[in-house]
Design a protein around this ligand. Structure first.
Ligand SMILES: [Zn+2]
Length: 102
């Protein structure tokens, strides 16, 4: 596989994938394991869906990614305390090297 092909590892975080898609202006990025085998594709639509399932505790700020808000907060114990989390800040620096993305 060519080194010029942009890909992410299966261990990449959502934020890292987001940064790759934005900085390389891609609509989707392949997920490749240590042996260079294709494991799947992550698209921008997948990330939008992921961000839609993001919840935050009103009392302590604890954040959870899940399809439904949890009944109780695992950190502070508050019941029915989760609301949709605010959208994350725009990715404007590379999570790997810290340089601004252009
Ligand atoms: Zn909490």
């Amino acid at each position: 596989m060519s080194r010029d092909v942009v890909s992410v590892r299966p261990t990449a975080t959502v934020d890292q994938v987001r940064a790759v898609l934005v900085s390389r202006r891609l609509k989707r990025v392949p997920v490749v394991n240590d042996e260079g085998r294709l494991q799947g594709l992550i698209s921008r639509a997948d990330l939008v869906r992921e961000l839609a399932y993001h919840w935050q505790c009103r009392r302590c700020g604890h954040q959870i990614r899940a399809r439904r808000p949890p009944n109780g907060c695992p950190r502070c114990g508050a019941a029915e305390s989760f609301e949709a989390a605010p959208p994350p800040a725009a990715v404007n620096t590379c999570p790997t090297c810290g340089r601004p993305l252009g």
